[in-house]
Design a protein around this ligand. Structure first.
Ligand SMILES: NC(=O)c1ccc[n+]([C@@H]2O[C@H](COP(=O)([O-])OP(=O)(O)OC[C@H]3O[C@@H](n4cnc5c(N)ncnc54)[C@H](OP(=O)(O)O)[C@@H]3O)[C@@H](O)[C@H]2O)c1
Length: 300
């Protein structure tokens, strides 16, 4: 689904936190002057993160600034993907009028919890809705800023359930429709309902196809509602794109992690020798937020 790019490490893993050991320029400071040996950092890498040592570029790097290495490891892929979807691609933060309604499928996923928080931080979203596989996960999403959830296992027609909830909540009695949808599920059942619940000029961003790779789309509905659907992967983006994305996220969030307006979403930490259990935990959808693999050292 996210193929290796030429020159990438065949070892899996796309994000890390850790301590800078040395620079390729042989100096104590990075060429851009932003980082020095011994700094605690987190970043995206081009593969190879399941390792004791990784090669990373400072243009895709953040300082920990008071965040533990455990929290820092949970940030890069989730927050950069989340930011990329509604903000870099969707330009949500440039909307002049607030009262936006957003819907995040897989609300309790790493990306989902990051996006809930980024939407809340924008101050532009009236309703932050999620779908997830249990009430427990739905309530968990509310702790991060979700306003409504639908348990899709109990409500396969989640769009009808969500419409009822939002209508009951609205003072006008008019059913609110959704401006932005994050869809990592896809397939017929999700995309069809996404189109039904989308507002005029809505943006639907797909980042995975956990529910299937094919769907029949009502093009007439897309036309009438002027809906934009974009699928995207972060891994295959160019180094320049990733560098710009990192800078735009930094500019957008400023000190929000240090001031706890944003929090990293750590579900469980596994030691490296428990890597199989870690993957089983994920495959069984037991996690809410990120699963961290600890290679060595103190993550606090
Ligand atoms: N395109 C990109 O650039 C990009 C970047 C990062 C991640 N991704 C992809 O985006 C997805 C989310 O990533 P993540 O790291 O946030 O995942 P995650 O934390 O592992 O969470 C995934 C969650 O999705 C839900 N889910 C799984 N299968 C489902 C299905 N068939 N129908 C409905 N919900 C389902 C499960 O929650 P419930 O218990 O609620 O069902 C599961 O816990 C993954 O597929 C990942 O590969 C894509």
């Amino acid at each position: 689904m996210y193929p290796l790019q030429p020159g990438n490490s065949p070892i899996i893993g796309l994000e890390v936190s850790g301590i800078i050991e040395k620079f390729s320029n042989g100096q104590e400071t990075s060429t851009d002057g932003q980082f020095k040996v011994g700094d605690y950092v987190y970043c995206l890498v081009e593969g190879g993160a399941y390792s004791e040592y990784v090669i990373a570029t400072t243009s895709q790097m953040f300082h920990c600034n008071g965040i533990s290495l455990k929290e820092a490891a949970a940030i890069p892929e989730a927050f950069l993907t989340a930011f990329q979807c509604f903000f870099k691609i969707g330009r949500l933060h440039e909307k002049l009028e607030g009262n936006l309604n957003v819907l995040i499928h897989g609300g309790a996923s790493g990306v989902g919890l990051a996006l809930i928080q980024l939407c809340k931080l924008s101050g532009l979203c009236k309703n932050i809705c999620v779908t997830c596989g249990s009430d427990e996960k739905g309530e968990f999403c509310k702790q991060y800023g979700a306003t409504h959830y639908v348990n899709y296992k109990e409500n396969p027609k989640w769009s009808e359930k969500l419409s009822k909830i939002l209508t009951n909540d609205s003072e006008s009695g008019v059913t609110p429709l959704i401006d932005y949808i994050l869809d990592p599920i896809g397939g017929n059942t999700y995309l069809e309902q996404d189109l039904q619940i989308a507002r005029l000029d809505a943006t639907i961003i797909g980042i995975a196809t956990m529910g299937g790779t094919s769907a029949t789309i009502d093009l007439g509905l897309m036309l009438r509602k002027r809906i934009r659907i974009q699928y995207s992967t972060l891994r295959s983006r160019s180094p320049l794109y990733k560098q710009q994305l990192v800078q735009e996220l930094k500019d957008y969030i400023k000190d929000a992690f240090e001031t706890k307006k944003l929090v990293a979403n750590v579900d469980t930490v596994f030691d490296m020798d428990q890597v199989i259990q870690a993957h089983e935990h994920m495959e069984q959808n037991k996690n809410s937020g990120k699963i961290i693999l600890k290679i060595r050292g103190d993550l606090e």
